[in-house]
Design a protein around this ligand. Structure first.
Ligand code: ATP
Ligand code: MG
Length: 180
């Protein structure tokens, strides 16, 4: 399994549709300060369901929508599509290629789609959590995040390990079942 491409439309500084293609192996994104490198990483978190404005380096969720520049008006929606190569079947879905799309409008919530079909956030989370990409997004280590892993208390450290091992999903389901 590897990431094939990422398309940003109206996401943060990417007002015009921009597609990045990835090959298997390591990809480096280089560019001057403020050119949008971190915004690309934010788009990856966001399309996989990130719900925290702070994690996305904003104050509120709609801060991910292109806010306009002196020469260009703000946009009303942000959309990001991530295409994953699933020829090895790492994702529990019967497609060799999986495209996740998230759209958000300035006046409201988010919409999600899997290979073009509207779905729930939960469907995306469940699909990804089996591949080790969990809700807490520990696969994306942003600047400063390493510190928080190293300084976590024993419970926090256990949560990191459980998520990496894919146990957290079952624990959450168990807790939910016990509450009923
Ligand atoms: P550095 O090398 O300093 O880490 P970077 O390449 O990671 O820089 P980013 O943080 O990705 O840069 O991009 C910051 C730029 O994105 C800023 O110019 C900021 O104004 C712009 N930006 C962020 N959110 C929006 C938005 N909603 N609309 C328009 N521009 C935005
Ligand atoms: Mg940066």
């Amino acid at each position: 399994m590897h990431l094939k491409s990422l398309t940003l439309r109206g996401f943060k500084s990417f007002a015009s549709a921009t597609t990045l293609r990835f090959e298997p192996g390591i990809t480096c994104v280089v560019g001057p300060n403020g050119s949008g490198k971190s915004n690309v990483v934010d788009a990856l978190s966001w399309v996989m369901g990130e719900q925290g404005a702070k994690t996305l380096r904003g104050g509120k969720m709609e801060d991910v929508i292109f806010a306009g520049t002196s020469g260009r008006a703000p946009l009303g929606r942000a959309e990001v599509s991530l295409t994953i190569d699933n020829t090895d079947g790492a994702l529990p879905i019967d497609y060799a290629e999986v495209t996740i799309t998230r759209t958000m409008f300035r006046n409201g919530g988010s919409e999600y789609a899997l290979n073009g079909e509207t779905c729930r956030l939960l469907d995306i989370q469940e699909l990804l959590s089996d591949s080790g990409i969990g809700r807490e997004m520990h696969v994306i280590v942003g600047q400063g995040r390493l510190d928080s892993v190293l300084h976590a208390d024993p419970q926090g450290r256990r949560a990191f390990i459980e998520e990496a091992a894919g146990v957290l999903k079952h624990r959450k389901r168990k807790e939910k079942a016990l509450r009923k």
